[in-house]
Design a protein around this ligand. Sequence first.
Ligand code: ADP
Length: 626
Amino acid sequence: MEKKTCAFKAEIRQMLDLVINSLYSKKEIFLRELISNASDAIDRAQYLALTDKTLVADNPEWKIDIIADAEEKTLTVVDNGIGMNAEELENNLGVIARSGTKNFVQKLSEDKAPNLPELIGQFGVGFYAAFMVADEVTVITRRRGEAQQGCKWTSNGDGNYTLEDAARDQPGTTIVLKLREGMDEFLDKWRIEMLVKQYSDFIAYPIRFGEKGDPPAADAKPMNTMKALWKRPKSEIKPEEYNEFYKHISRDFNDPFKTIHLSVEGAIEFKALLFLPKELSYDLLMPNHKYGLNLYVRNVFIGSDFEMLLPDYLRFTRGVVDSSDLPLNVSREMLQDDAIIRKIKSNITGKILSTLAEMMKDSRVDYETFFTSFGRILKEGLHTDWDNSDKLKNLLLFATASSDGAKQVSLKEYIDAMPETQQDIYYLIAEDMETAKQSPHLEALRKRGYDVLLMTDPIDQWIIDRLDQFDGKKLVAIDKGKLEFGSDAEREAEKKQLEAATADYKPLIDYIQGELDDDVKEVRLSPRLTDSACCLVADENAMSASMERMLRAMKQDIPKQKRLLELNPSHPLIKRMKEMLDTNQDDAKLHDYIDLLYGQALLSEGSALKDPRRFTQLVADLMAKA
Ligand code: ADP
């Protein structure tokens, strides 16, 4: 290959600019990133070697060497892992930006005064972190199992990199950092040893140190203990060790939110180390997002992202599973339907759900933070995991009308706080919290001191069928069907009262019905309003307004859903309209009033007006006259 100069892809270039110019104080993390990459490369080589012996003809002792050269001011990280061929080198370190990069750059362009250290922390920069400490980085690498030729990548991070052939006697990767001025601390053996212990102790391969540009001496002791964390007794492990391990496997720069260390013995035996992250990463919401746990069989790394180890609604969980019950030469396809894997999955699922339940009980504030990020993913389980649906229902939190959307309650807490006369659980699904809080449907319930669950997650509409009942109590939508409240006697009395008023208002009801025949199915008096003049409700079995909006947003061709217009007979406006009709006044004006009334009903539930121009015109006329 002729030596060639290439430009970094735009996103990578932007990110590099940031990394280089950042004043991020923890520049040391570059080392953990390079060691982590080296360890991944050896994992992959080791796994491929299970099936293809030719890949490891030289039968190497897997290792990671760190070599300092004080004279040249270089720090070099060498591994004998899988290596890269020319194409992979170009793609991995110049073309393909890791999934977070785009978001990272986008966030920066949106944010006027970005908090750089925090952003760098949030997205991680992997290999490119090397440019925080080096003004030139050279990668010399040779792919295991391929041509004898190696290749070389060099860049000073200014927008371009060069590629050319290079000699390398053994497969693996060498990364040479020409340290920037003031970065001499990273040439110091003790400093490096401290960093390895702090960030990379659990790396499963020996990390040794060599000075004066020479490889580590044959008798050099590894700086890391190399102990698989999940195999060590819990009591011996420090929180920092769990945290660093989490960062290594998840590429998250934050500490985990919760760590679960599991050792299962009996009919089935495995060890697992599971982590719940603090924040939702962007990619979790992408449709083709890969998820799952890393799988080890008797200490050998089999691969990452084994999705069959986790139900999809717990896909935010990261971690490792180590089983001695599986054969070493397993493939993903084999595992898909494996009885042992199914048992491990169900065991892990139960453990995560019970941990969440404990968190909800013991550290409520933390749980609410967790639920705010991951609740919408967790809720999917109501559809997919019927076996655990009771546990899942108990983990849900909802905003309440009584707290004006500020407080979150579980279904159990809602029931516990119900007044004695209340029989059902009431809820309202709305586009957003503002619309929900202002909904006229809440009025009668507020008057009675009944709380209402306010649901505004897009997924709520979808899970509500699955909720159906909780603890023997029905979930009732307050914007649907005929609402009845209180004790049987109260319901009866209310019904009578409504019937009497209906007889009184019959002419007005019929008149409005005639005017709005194209838009509403029925006009009737409302049991749910106290302050507002009117509202729209869905038929008992019909689609609710939120469902209709959701389907339309998905471009589904659904027939127009006619709803019911409910009037509040004690509202001055309705009284006035009755009077106008009774005294045969001004038909045109009554007609305008009806249009305004219907417009209000649409607006208050967050739906669009049929004819916004006419509506504003009518309002303006009315104001002019007032
Ligand atoms: P990440 O490691 O998060 O994918 P990086 O920017 O650190 O992102 O690295 C990009 C890619 O370059 C890696 O995914 C890997 O394929 C390749 N790579 C980096 N370091 C090595 C290495 N030491 N050996 C082999 N491949 C490597």
